[in-house]
Every structure is written in C-alpha cells, then in structure tokens.
Design a binder for this molecule. Structure first.
Ligand code: GLN
Length: 394
C-alpha cells in the first residue's frame, strides 16, 4: 500500500507512452527527448573527466568552475548578476531543483499556484512537501489567462507561484506584458516565484524569452531554474541549475544536500565545455529546431490536425477532433497502436484529468527528432491513417 501522499500518483505518462511506443514499434513523438546527441566536445570533456580526476563527490553546490560559468552566462545573456559561491547551485536536473524548492520553501498546508496544463512533477513535488497545488487555467487555443483568476486563487497560505516559460505542453512563451502583471501581483501578495525555464533556448522568432528575475523587484523573490538537458541535447545527463538570492539559495541547498548530495561529477565537468560553446552553436540550434518544427507542423496539418506553431519548446499541441472525436488517451493509444505514431494525451497535464479529457481534444507531439524521424512519422500517417479510420467503420 502506497503512503497516502503518493496515492494520487502512478507511473508517469512519459514512461507509459514510451513503453507503448516501444511495444508497437511506433515512432515515439510522445516523450520529449532528442533522438540525436549533443556536441561531441561536451561528451569528450566528460570522458576526459572520468579518465582524469573527477570521479569523487563534487561540492554539494556543484563544481565551482561550472557555477562560475553559469553565473557569467546569466550575466551576459540576461544582465542578471549572481555570486557563484552563494547564489548558484547545480542540481541533478531541473526536476530535482523543483523538488528542493518545494521542500525548502513550503511546509504542510502551504499553497502553491501554477498554470494548468502543467508539467507533471509539480504536483508530486508539492505533495512530498505536504503543500497543496492550486491551478489557474491557461485557456486553449491561445493559452491566455486572466490575472483575476490568479488573484482569486491566492489565500493566506499561498507561498509560491511556479511559472514555466517557455511552457510545456502548450509552447506558449509568456510576454513581457503578462510577466509584468504577474510580477505586480506576486509583489503585492509577497509570494516567491519558482521559474522553470528549461526551454529558454528553444525560442522561435519573433518570441523572446524574458526571465521573471529580470523584472523590477523580482530578482530577490525569484528562483530561476534551468537545465542543460534540452539546450545541449543531453537529457540523460540530468544536469540542472538554479539561480537565487543568497537566503533563498540556502533554503534549496539543504534538501539537495540530504537527497542527492551532489550531481554526477564528470557530467558536471563535461558541462563546463558546453558553456564555452560559441554563438554559432545556438544559431544552428535554433535554425535546426525551426526546421523540425515546421516539418512536423506541415505533416500534422496535412493529416487533419489543427495546430498553431509553438512560440517556444519542442512540442506541438494538436487538436485531433476532425480525425476522431474520442477522449485523448483513447486517441493517443489508437494512433500509437494502429498508425505507429506515438503522442501524449494532454489531460495528464491537468489536476482533474477526467474533466480535461472530457473537454479537450488535444494531444502533444514532440519534434526534438531528426528530420528523417519526423518524415517517417509523416509516411506512417499517410499510409496507415486512412486504413485505421476505415477499420473503425467495419
Ligand atoms: N520533459 C520531457 C517531456 O515533457 C520528458 C519528461 C520526462 O520524461 N519525465 O516530455
């Protein structure tokens, strides 16, 4: 019997859909991981670290040189100054950082706010801290929100707003105007903002990524979390990081110290090389991802999905109503099994999955794949979708 705090949780939808994709040899556009690896220079640096003297515990806060690089990058990229000794921490992925934030900032009964749909670790992180997650809707298809909904959801117990921009699964990038309205509210209500900015480099023109910490009065009440996973196409390395004012940093370093203690030392050493890559890497990265996005958009639209180009992330949310009007899990299972293309049902990104599934006809496709993989999915849709639909009528 699971302890009660875990009872609302089961195997993650990412694991479920990846297993289903493997079982049916489907093209896996469900779980967001690249089917290619990041730059060799990063891998070589980690290999050299393993062959060299980087195989014992790193400092719990992260290798000093990596934190120095991270602080430099945050200053150069966004004009945000952090002291690498006291305000920058390396975590085993952004997910661990989010857990440590909830553990460090919240006590039993405290409330955390976030927008819905949301990435699936937020409720779990809150539950482990004994905190209650409350949500405010982002409304499809444009994923807008009403600041009044947020204001109405804040109570005496609200401590934290988790803000994910660029946003998974919608692909929304919060605008300056939206961020300003949020900043004003959290200052008025004295909340801490924990940001999940792991898709910060996956931005498509004309969208711009603006970290919440950049806005007036926000630096010292924001914990900025990001990761190397998406930016350097090395999701399995689980090297994430957080920037926060000294006192907030102290709070999140404690749970980190007593859980993983430190992230894998040679992988941190490898990431020092990642942050030395020049601008061409990022220009190429964006150009390639724009091509991948446009390729998948064209394929999906050709086969009857209705979808907007995402402003950021490597996900497309697609309305499948004109193909089949069934709940999203049924649609995703059918598409995986009968067509050979796996996607994710969006209802899993909602607190009330049953209600979301009744109201929405949306699935998420990941385009962090080689163009050939996306084209293979296109061919499967072309060849098998008509047959699969015809079989339903018999
Ligand atoms: N962040 C990725 C996604 O949204 C994968 C997350 C995971 O597998 N836990 O698909």
């Amino acid at each position: 019997m699971l302890p009660s705090r875990w009872q609302a949780f089961s195997s993650s939808i990412f694991s479920k859909m990846s297993q289903m994709a493997a079982a049916h040899q489907a093209v896996n556009l469900a779980q967001g991981f690249p089917d290619f690896d990041g730059p060799d220079v990063i891998k070589e640096a980690a290999i050299a670290a393993i062959r060299g003297a980087f195989n014992q515990y790193a400092p719990s806060t992260g290798l000093g040189e990596l934190r120095r690089q991270l602080a430099q990058r945050q200053a150069a990229q966004y004009g945000l100054q952090y002291d690498f000794a006291t305000e920058v921490t390396v975590f085993s992925g952004a997910t661990e950082a989010i857990f440590c934030c909830m553990m460090g900032l919240c006590g039993p009964g405290d409330e955390v706010l976030t927008f819905e749909p949301f990435f699936d670790c937020y409720p779990a992180a809150c539950a482990m801290a004994g905190a209650v997650l409350k949500t405010v809707p982002l409304k499809a298809p444009d994923w807008s929100f009403a600041i009044e909904d947020l204001r109405n959801a804040i109570t005496e117990r609200t401590r934290v707003l988790i803000l994910n921009s660029p946003h998974n699964p919608s692909g929304k990038v919060f605008t300056r105007h939206e961020l300003l309205s949020l900043a004003q509210l959290v200052q008025e209500k004295n909340l801490i903002v924990v940001t999940d900015e792991v898709y910060e480099e996956l931005i498509f023109t004309p969208a711009r990524h603006l970290p919440m910490a950049r806005l007036d009065g926000m630096r010292d009440r924001t914990i900025t979390i990001s990761s190397t996973a998406k930016t350097f196409s090395l999701t399995g390395w689980k090297v994430g990081f957080a920037f926060a004012e000294k006192k907030l940093t102290e709070l999140i370093r404690i749970p980190h110290q007593y859980t993983v203690f430190c992230s894998a030392t040679p992988l941190q050493a490898g990431m020092i090389a990642a942050f030395q890559l020049g601008q061409e890497y990022f220009l190429d990265f964006r150009e390639l991802y724009t091509r991948r996005r446009d390729t998948l958009l064209a394929i999906l639209r050709r086969h009857g999905f209705v979808c907007k180009a995402p402003e950021g992330t490597y996900f497309i949310t697609a309305d499948y109503r004109s193909i089949r009007d069934v709940p999203d899990m049924e649609f995703a299972t059918w598409l995986t099994e009968k067509v050979g293309v796996a996607c994710l049902p969006i209802s899993n990104f909602y607190l009330d999955a049953a209600a979301a599934s009744a109201n929405l006809r949306l699935v998420r496709f990941a385009f962090c794949k080689q163009i050939e993989t996306l084209e293979a999915a296109g061919r499967l849709l072309q060849e098998r979708l008509p047959e699969a639909l015809a079989a339903l009528k018999n």
